[in-house]
Design a binder for this molecule. Structure first.
Ligand code: ATP
Length: 618
């Protein structure tokens, strides 16, 4: 979220970010300093409390002293007022100093009362000294004895502060504190027309709630926005606040997660208290799944999580509809949410925010191309066609990257090539032209990529090859790019099977042409296995297993299907991959000349375009 790359207040937010980073750093330094102080304090106390072995030898236990006095073995007792130490001189031969022992007594007064009679009887010499009061010593003594407690309290206070006990509950836009109002409007959101229509009534309600109340209408308290990261959920929430001209309090679910029990719940309470004072207003909780995931009965952090969620439920039930607070929440994992959150009176309205379709992508690109200079060859419609599946945030990023690439290459305007490079940079990573690659690796990559490209040419459901390259990009040694100019809502079984064949084309080519297989196919294998698993367990596409969903929250739930079904899934996944591999091998074996020609062209040019690739098939 929050990837508003081209907002005018970008500088401010960057400054704020660096300020926040500095505060974070300061907090860490203070924490480390406190820990060091604690350790030093503990060390000092240990040093002062630890006596030398000699002194230890001269110590006597209190009970031993009483026994010794009762036995009549004591010659002299020396005590000092205000101290708990008694020096005992035992009867016997030798120097007086050698016969002396020290004893810690609970209280000198209680001790003298206890032994008075016996001591008088035995004529034990008693020497009671009046110690002058040393204020400095007294104070340092007291300080040292309290030091650990003081340090502990300071440490706890600091941690509590860092955890946000007194911290801010939510970032406010347009509050009475003079904070900047949300300047986002519905016009700043491209595409998503139906979703905007659905939410427009919320804006109207926030603007004139009385009209709705008079009519007896109940407006939803909570609206949940579902969608992939970057689809514009935060943008929509801000736009509602901006259009209605009401304050906007934003907080992320992860900010409620606290180390100390109860703090998360207290933050929720504070957030709603704040909102009530600002009503009419909008509360926006991003990543609500961080606190709103299903409650469990476990202990520890789970209990803390449950408490936070319970508090959220209580608050949502607690405020009156007449309080004119709308709680908007966003998540990209709706399946994780606790059912209680979705009950009437809570988040009873849910709006799905999809990744934009072809027209939506073009509209988003248009919106984000304001303030940018483009060359005449730039066709936003065609870029929209090449970026199926991209979210709004990714599209905004494409144009920003293109501007960076154009500047770096000293272009006067952003060219179509700059944009295409930006798309590749975002999908496959940065081109690494400087990396030294051995001829053997180059050949392997060339056959691997040629394998993907040639195989997919023979698969009717697969899209056209747009570019094949053996120049490393990101983590990939090479890549085959396909055209993505069709927005699809459903994918057929044949298409999935053929996609697996295209994926296995890389390894099949390595084996056929070089009689070797490599680690280069690891990602292809991972993706193909994922497709096979989903076909069987999510889409119910296997005849034997049937149309059942094996996607369960708890692995124990699988037990109802029995081991037979689970084993069957394993066997079928293997079989699907094996079949795909065999099909790829067969296609390539029948077209070895084409495979060799494409691989050879790649070794010579490193990169071939769609037109150059198509030439081989004429
Ligand atoms: P997350 O789930 O990661 O929080 P999000 O769905 O809240 O993501 P936003 O933070 O709202 O996504 O979007 C990020 C940025 O992407 C926006 O600031 C905006 O620049 C751009 N964007 C996304 N969708 C759109 C859209 N429909 N129209 C215009 N810009 C968009």
């Amino acid at each position: 979220m929050g990837k508003e790359k081209k907002k005018p207040n970008e500088k401010n937010s960057k400054e704020k970010k660096s300020k926040e980073e500095k505060i974070e750093l300061l907090k860490t330094v203070v924490l480390i300093a406190l820990i060091i102080l604690c350790l030093v304090g503990a060390g000092v106390i240990y040093y002062f409390n630890t006596q030398t072995p000699e002194a230890k030898e001269k110590e006597l236990a209190y009970t031993e002293l009483i026994t010794t006095i009762n036995k009549g073995e004591v010659e002299k007792l020396e005590m000092t007022t205000g101290s708990n130490v008694v020096t005992v001189t035992l009867k016997g031969e030798g120097e007086e100093k050698d016969r002396q022992k020290t004893v810690m007594v609970p209280s000198v007064q209680a001790f003298t009362e206890l032994v008075q009679e016996k001591v008088d009887k035995d004529n034990v010499e008693i020497n009671l000294k009046q110690e002058p009061v040393n204020i400095f010593l007294r104070v340092t003594d007291a300080l040292f004895s309290f030091l650990p407690t003081i340090l502990l309290v300071v440490l706890m206070f600091m941690i509590f502060k860092m955890q946000g006990l007194g911290g801010d509950s939510g970032k406010v836009y347009g509050g009475e504190d003079g904070s900047k109002k949300s300047d986002v409007r519905f016009d700043d959101i491209a595409g998503l027309d139906e979703e905007k229509n659905e939410l427009i009534e919320i804006v109207d309600f926030l603007k004139k709630p009385e009209a709705y109340y008079e009519m007896g209408a109940k407006i939803p308290k909570g609206i949940l926005l579902y969608g992939k990261p970057g689809t514009g959920k935060t943008l929509i929430a801000k736009a509602i606040a901006g259009e209605a001209g009401v304050p906007f309090i934003s907080m992320s679910g992860s900010e409620f997660i606290e180390m100390f029990a109860g703090l998360g719940a207290s933050r929720v309470r504070k957030l709603f208290e704040k909102a009530k004072k600002m009503a009419p207003c909008i509360i926006f909780i991003d990543e609500i799944d961080a606190i709103g995931s299903r409650r469990t009965s476990n202990s520890g952090s789970e209990t803390e999580n449950n408490q936070t969620l319970n508090q959220l439920l209580v608050e949502m039930d607690g405020f009156d509809t007449e309080e004119t607070i709308i709680v908007l929440a966003a998540t990209n994992r709706p399946e994780m949410l606790d059912k209680a959150l979705l009950r009437p009176g809570r988040f009873d309205r849910q709006v799905t925010i999809p990744a934009p379709d072809l027209n939506g992508r073009e509209a988003i690109l248009k919106l984000h191309s304001k303030n940018k200079k483009f060359a005449s060859d730039v066709d936003l419609k065609s870029i929209a066609g090449d970026t199926a599946g991209f979210t709004g945030a990714e599209l905004a990023n494409v144009l920003n990257e293109a501007a960076i690439i154009a500047t770096r290459n000293k272009h006067k305007e952003i060219s179509n090539e700059d944009i295409e490079n930006a798309v590749k940079k975002i999908t496959v990573g940065l081109e690494k032209t400087n990396r030294v690659i051995s001829d053997k690796d180059k050949k392997l990559t060339a056959y691997h990529e040629a394998g993907h490209a040639v195989v997919s040419k023979f698969l009717p459901t697969q899209t056209e090859v747009k570019e094949v390259s053996i120049i490393p990009r990101g983590l990939a040694g090479g890549y085959t790019m396909y055209k993505t100019n069709e927005d699809k809502y459903y994918v057929s079984k044949t298409e999935l099977l053929e996609k697996m064949v295209a994926l296995m084309g890389g390894r099949a080519a390595e084996k056929l042409a070089l009689n070797e297989i490599s680690t280069g196919a690891s990602n292809d294998i991972e993706v193909a296995t994922g497709i096979a698993k989903d076909m069987l367990t999510v889409y119910g596409m296997d005849d034997k297993i049937g149309p059942i969903s094996l996607k369960v929250d708890d692995p124990y739930e699988l037990q109802i299907f029995g081991d037979k079904v689970i084993d069957e899934v394993g066997n079928q996944v293997q079989k699907l991959i094996e079949d795909a591999y065999k099909t790829a091998q067969r296609i390539l074996a029948d077209n070895m000349d084409l495979l060799d020609a494409v691989a050879q062209a790649l070794l010579e040019k490193e990169k071939i375009t769609q037109e150059e690739f198509e030439e081989f098939f004429k």
